[in-house]
Write a protein that binds this ligand. Structure first.
Ligand code: BG6
Length: 295
């Protein structure tokens, strides 16, 4: 655990023996840095990110809970990304085996949250590095209400990937899917074409996507692979030039070097009965494109 000198916020740095590492802030439970065994920062964090609560950190992997975007009555993307998480010293046993190189965080409903979202929950987040440096995030959300009532939420790992040139990027796995277009009043449309490419602002939620999505970043000859479980949908966002200029914590030209693609559950909100726990995982890996991405 270290206090980041520049930001004054507490963060953890995990290092795996073969060279991969990840940095996670208690603020937002947010991963801001990840490099695998090949050795580069693979996430995008804006040069203008403020690291000043209550604003969310612009970049890395934002935890959107209990609401994604404006799909509900709460603040944009819910409140988990603007809260201080704690270290979970003794997490209950995991239902699935995970890597030994990990850290566990926890967020519980505060008195403030209960005023705007009257449901008691425990949100456990495990951030893990596999031996080859893949980054695995596992969220376990439990309904601990004593009122006997179920609650519903939507969720996303809002993941800002670093890319060399957005106009050279292709995303595979989303073609032919239905999506909700946030730029067209959340209208439901169907994707056409062989792969998703980027020529203007994109703000979409692809519905019932396959468990594996591939992001091919030509110039850097890198392929990013996202695998997901328990999360049917995928959020894809790039603000492009005009929206970029309108965001105070985002550089005017930075849209060229980032792309948000993240596993999500939106169309069908998750319903949790009291005492029940939900689990959702996102695993990301990156290989030089000369390696096969078909693994
Ligand atoms: C996307 C939303 O998921 O996130 C966009 O659909 C939004 O509408 C973007 O602009 C960034 O959100 P924020 O709150 O971090 O600026």
């Amino acid at each position: 655990r270290v206090k980041d000198r520049a930001t004054g916020l507490d963060k953890f740095v995990l290092r795996e023996a073969r060279g991969s590492s990840v940095e996670v802030y208690l603020y937002g439970g947010q991963v801001t840095f990840w490099k695998n065994n090949f050795g580069h920062q693979l996430l995008f964090v804006s040069n203008k990110a403020t690291f000043k609560p209550p604003k969310a950190i612009r970049g890395g992997i934002q935890i959107c809970f209990p609401q994604l975007g404006s799909h509900g009555a709460l603040e944009q993307h819910g409140f988990a990304r603007n809260q201080y998480w704690s270290v979970d010293e003794s997490p209950p046993p995991f239902p699935v085996a995970t890597s030994n190189c990990h850290i566990d965080l926890i967020l519980k409903s505060s008195q403030e949250d209960l005023k705007i979202w009257p449901h008691s929950y425990e949100f456990r987040l495990r951030v893990a590095l596999s031996p080859r440096g893949d980054l695995i995030l596992t969220s376990r959300i439990k309904n601990v209400s004593s009122d006997g009532k179920p609650f519903q939420f939507t969720f996303a790992y809002h993941t800002y990937f670093s890319v060399s040139d957005i106009s050279e990027v292709r995303v595979e796995g989303l073609e032919t899917l239905d999506y909700l277009d946030n730029l067209q009043s959340k209208n439901r449309c169907t994707e056409q074409g062989d792969a998703v490419v980027f020529e203007s602002e994109v703000d979409k939620i692809y519905l019932s996507a396959p468990p594996k999505i591939v992001i091919i970043d030509h110039e850097k000859k890198r392929t990013l692979v996202l695998r997901k479980e328990g999360l049917p949908d995928v959020v894809v966002w790039n603000p492009w030039d005009k929206k970029a200029k309108a965001m105070p914590d985002f550089g005017d030209d930075e849209y060229k070097n980032m792309l948000c693609v993240g596993a999500a559950a939106i169309e069908k909100p998750i319903t949790l009965k009291p005492g029940k726990e939900w689990l959702g995982t996102q695993e990301i890996s990156a290989v030089p494109s000369s390696y096969s991405s078909g693994q």
